[in-house]
Design a binder for this molecule. Structure first.
Ligand code: SAM
Length: 219
């Protein structure tokens, strides 16, 4: 028995998916619509297992205050909102009216539109309008990778003790450990991952789910 995570070859990935609760029809419809309307961008969507994981975590935490940076067509926001308490509120940040118009339609279909507020603009500045009180139960970061350090620093003081920041794409498709890769996104993510691991306000675990997901719990 290895103490390391094993390589998730495609067959094992299929096996894990086959032994999880199937993606429900509404999320399946959202995935299909995103791939048909935005075929070149659809891979930005979180994976079905990340979706299930966010819903379960949100439900377990009894989330009432949530924040998302990077909404796109709505998969992650739906996943968080569906797990929240009925009086919970999710504030979503994105720069695109086009992408998020699809998200809005699915929030309506899912009956969670009244729990979600969308703020359009560059989150590096629009985040400043967020209440500074440390009340956020769960924040999800999944936008422009070079912006991650700014999002982290603006969100960290707003997370309540025991609350989480969850960060997507921390593996950068595996390029994170390839020194030959020097794109701005990968360089930024390396520095970001180092800073998060050293941030003693949080307990941190980097999970090898999809493109790498960091879970950070506020002490
Ligand atoms: C990877 S996608 C998010 C995917 C989404 N979480 C999902 O589950 O479908 C990244 C999103 O970040 C948004 N974005 C990019 N730069 C941004 C910025 N500076 N401020 C806010 N949102 C930004 C993009 O418009 C895009 O919708």
């Amino acid at each position: 028995m290895s103490r390391r995570s094993i390589n998730l070859i495609p067959e094992l990935d299929d096996y894990a998916r086959a032994h999880s609760t199937p993606t429900d029809p509404l999320l399946a419809e959202l995935i299909e619509e995103t791939y048909s309307v935005l075929p070149d961008r659809a891979q930005m969507q979180i994976s079905p297992e990340q979706s299930k994981f966010l819903t379960m975590l949100s439900r377990t935490l009894g989330v009432r205050h949530a924040v998302e940076i990077g909404t796109f067509t709505g998969m992650s926001s739906l996943s968080v909102a569906r797990g929240m308490a009925a009086d919970g509120k999710l504030i979503c940040f994105d720069i695109s009216e086009e992408f998020t118009s699809i998200a809005r339609a699915y929030w309506d279909k899912a009956g969670v539109a009244d729990r979600i507020e969308l703020r359009i603009g560059d989150a590096k500045s629009t985040l400043d309008d967020l209440d500074p009180a440390p009340v956020v139960d769960l924040a999800f970061i999944d936008a422009d990778k070079t912006g991650y350090p700014v999002y982290w620093e603006k969100l960290a003081p707003r997370i309540r003790p025991g609350g989480y920041i969850i960060v997507d794409n921390v593996f950068q498709g595996g390029r994170i450990i390839d020194d030959a890769v020097t794109t701005p996104e990968v360089i930024a993510m390396r520095a970001f991952n180092d800073a998060v691991a050293a941030d003693d306000r949080f307990d941190v675990v980097m999970l090898s789910i999809a493109d790498g997901l960091t879970l950070a719990q506020r002490k």
